[in-house]
Write a protein that binds this ligand. Structure first.
Ligand SMILES: [Zn+2]
Length: 131
């Protein structure tokens, strides 16, 4: 049972709205039972997958980036005759991927914060104490 609380009227409980067939599982829609305020909260599954994806992807990409960076630094430092095109391309690509995973992680964190925001919403009355 959802215990998301309405932040608008601070009185109602957010109840999961019936989802259409074409709706993705990225978000869950909730509606307040008191004032009808609609809140879209990311589902736990999507937050979880965002966290896992960005963590694993970030680790692998960081490894690639550090490896290529050390090759680049070594070549430049010791003035080695070597074509660095592939090296630089890999560096740029891994940076782009790092940014992407960083953004995914940020999205996941935002989703978590939003869930917490609704779970910890202050209530005007104490209707939750009875249950
Ligand atoms: Zn409400």
């Amino acid at each position: 049972m959802s215990s998301y609380r309405c932040r608008k009227c601070k009185n109602g409980i957010l109840i999961a709205a019936v989802q259409g067939h074409n709706e993705t599982e990225l978000t869950e829609t909730y509606e307040c039972d008191a004032c009808g305020h609609v809140a879209v909260i990311p589902s736990r599954m999507i937050i979880c997958s965002q966290m896992v994806t960005s963590f694993i992807g970030g680790l692998i990409t960081a490894y690639l980036f550090i490896e290529q960076l050390s090759i680049f630094v070594t070549v430049v430092q010791f003035n080695i005759e070597r074509n660095l095109t592939q090296n630089i391309v890999l560096l740029v690509v891994s940076l782009l991927f790092l940014a992407g995973f960083g953004y995914t992680l940020y999205t996941g964190m935002q989703g978590l914060a939003k869930r917490k925001f609704y779970l910890k919403a202050p209530q005007r009355n104490k209707r939750f104490r009875a249950s």
